[in-house]
Design a protein around this ligand. Structure first.
Ligand code: NAP
Length: 350
């Protein structure tokens, strides 16, 4: 897979235009899949960090084979920049608050639905909104699209911390995390499972661990701390991540994996990365020493992605490439979304 991407990974990324082009460049495997997808492809919660490039990636894949696929991005679009950018990529947009009573009736029929709606931060201040978003909206979507195949994003946060010496939680492990956000995310999965079974709806649940690009992500958070001479917290001493376009490719291709009850997959690169080693590598790339606070503990939030990598093929962008791209981006003051991952949180209190 990913032969088109591998042909031309650049040494550096200088501009957001170059970054967005790279993040929306489809692989041969995605193009092959998208030819089979019926129109429209509906992407719900498309106005966030991942949705815009996911929607544009799907559109580019369809255009590569002249497949007349309408990609419709649905969100409240509080960020008007995302809406304008999507329009410029040939993606249709619909402004819609999916929690509003009759909102789902406005949406077109669709056989392919990607569910990206999420709410993570501020959970501690407003847990009711988090639960509503994570349970009521999935129920409405399942009731509106009983016959569609649905890929629903979940999160690695549904697992409790696991032994750092293991290779990460596997999909059959118990979902007993700490904190309101994480438990609401379990609720999101359970609602999809309930409707998938009740309606025979083919659903794929993807437990994503940190997507990464240059404007946000766990690697960027570590890079910024090293670059600014701030200490990097070590207590949550290891993590998983994946380059965002690799994640988006797999999310789209996971439409083929739907089942009732849902099929469930961890989504990240197959390796576990150590915070200390990553910070030390950024320190080399920046030419300054890293600062640390605390020490590694025996547990961390970790997932094992062996199954999805075997099923869809391994992700294409390796760690060292991401580190070099990010170091260059941070050094030149490239745009940051200002949405830190809080990767150091261990009590579920986001
Ligand atoms: N990015 C990661 O590293 C990561 C890691 C683990 C899991 N995930 C999961 O993957 C999914 C996508 O990630 P992301 O980073 O793109 O999330 P995100 O930045 O939080 O985007 C989700 C978007 O959903 C939209 N939304 C929220 N409430 C809505 C409503 N009532 N009606 C319509 N749209 C609504 C919001 O956009 P508007 O303001 O435009 O409505 C929001 O930006 C999320 O479900 C997240 O939990 C992501």
């Amino acid at each position: 897979m990913n032969s088109l991407i591998l042909q031309a990974l650049p040494g550096r990324i200088e501009t957001e235009e170059q970054l967005d082009e790279l993040l929306t460049r489809p692989s041969a495997a995605l193009v092959k899949f998208i030819k089979t997808a019926s129109s429209p492809l509906l992407i719900l919660g498309a106005g966030g960090k991942m949705g815009p490039t996911l929607a544009a990636l799907a559109k580019r894949a369809a255009e590569a084979v002249n497949h007349p696929l309408d990609v419709i991005a649905v969100s409240r679009f509080n960020d008007t920049r995302a809406r304008e950018w999507l329009g410029s990529q040939g993606v249709k947009t619909l402004s819609c608050d999916l929690l509003a009573e009759t909102s789902l009736h406005q949406l077109p029929e669709a056989e392919n639905v990607v569910y990206m709606v999420g709410l993570k931060f501020g959970t501690a201040q407003n847990p009711a909104a988090t639960w509503a978003m994570n349970t009521i909206v999935p129920a409405k979507v399942c009731e509106r699209y009983p016959g569609a195949r649905i890929v629903a994003l979940s999160t690695g946060n549904v697992y409790p911390l696991s032994e750092a010496s293991r290779t990460g939680s596997v999909e059959t492990d118990p979902l007993t995390p700490l904190g309101e956000y994480t438990n609401a995310a379990v609720g999101r999965e359970r609602i999809f499972e309930f409707y998938s079974c009740a309606q025979n709806t083919p659903v794929t649940l993807l437990r994503l661990f940190y997507a990464v690009e240059l404007r946000y992500g766990v690697l960027v958070d570590i890079a910024l701390k090293v670059h600014n001479g701030e200490p990097v917290a070590l207590a949550n001493g290891s993590f998983n991540c994946i380059w965002q376009s690799d994640a988006n490719e797999m999310i789209l291709r996971a439409l083929t994996l739907g089942a009732s009850p849902p099929s469930v997959w961890n989504l990240c690169r197959p390796e576990v990365f150590a915070v200390r080693a990553i910070a030390s590598r950024f320190a080399e790339l920046f030419g300054r020493p890293p600062q640390f606070v605390g020490a590694e503990t025996p547990t961390a939030l970790l997932g094992n992605s062996t199954r999805i990598c075997a099923k869809l093929g391994p992700p294409s962008v390796p760690l060292e490439t991401m580190l070099r791209w990010i170091a260059h981006w941070v050094k030149q003051g490239g745009r940051n979304l200002g949405r830190p991952t809080h990767f150091e949180v261990r009590d579920g209190n986001y």
